[in-house]
Design a protein around this ligand. Structure first.
Ligand SMILES: [Zn+2]
Length: 176
């Protein structure tokens, strides 16, 4: 039995989850109605969260929730387990180096290994399409996941960012 404050926290958190699910569902319906939805640019009308957030801020919020959810995604944990060579040490699928899971960064420790989506969650050459696709791609199976070190992750991210920047430039030029 939880004490009343704990119980309240559980109820609050459940209400919050239901709220998010409802909002995500209504967004999905919106997508169904309009066919597809492009990620909104950072500036724009504040139409979300009692007029406090832009569409873009809202998208970041949902994205971050989904990313948090991957911690409880089985295939991701399996990939981590498979790459574990000894206590706290993992083999990078790209460079094959054996690296620690975290490294010292001043007083803190920072993440040094990442579970990477081989085929990225959002294709940088296409950009965001729909939440349906985003969810299916983020919660993918083991065959599309690999554990990589920070150096390899940084390289891949830089390459993907360059492709995305180029695409956005082209989109702007063609007025999409
Ligand atoms: Zn590596």
């Amino acid at each position: 039995m939880g004490s009343p404050p704990q119980l309240k926290r559980i109820i609050d958190s459940s209400c919050w989850t239901i709220n998010i699910l409802t909002r995500t569902l209504s967004l999905q319906l919106n997508i169904l109605a309009t066919g597809s939805m492009k990620m909104a640019r950072p500036s724009g009308p504040k139409v979300r969260c009692s007029g406090q957030w832009t569409e873009s801020r809202f998208n970041s919020f949902v994205t971050s929730l989904l990313r948090q959810g991957t911690r409880r995604w089985g295939p991701l944990q399996e990939v981590k387990k498979a790459a574990n060579v000894s206590r706290g040490i993992y083999e990078c699928a790209e460079c094959k180096e054996h690296v620690p899971v975290t490294v010292r960064d001043g007083r803190k420790r920072k993440q040094n290994t990442f579970v990477d989506h081989i085929d990225p969650i959002v294709d940088p050459a296409i950009g965001f399409t729909t939440w349906d696709e985003y969810i299916n791609r983020i919660f993918c199976e083991e065959d599309n996941l690999q554990l990589i070190c920070k150096a390899c992750h940084d390289t891949k991210s830089t390459e993907e960012r360059a492709i995305a920047t180029e695409r956005r430039k082209k989109e702007r030029e063609s007025g999409i």
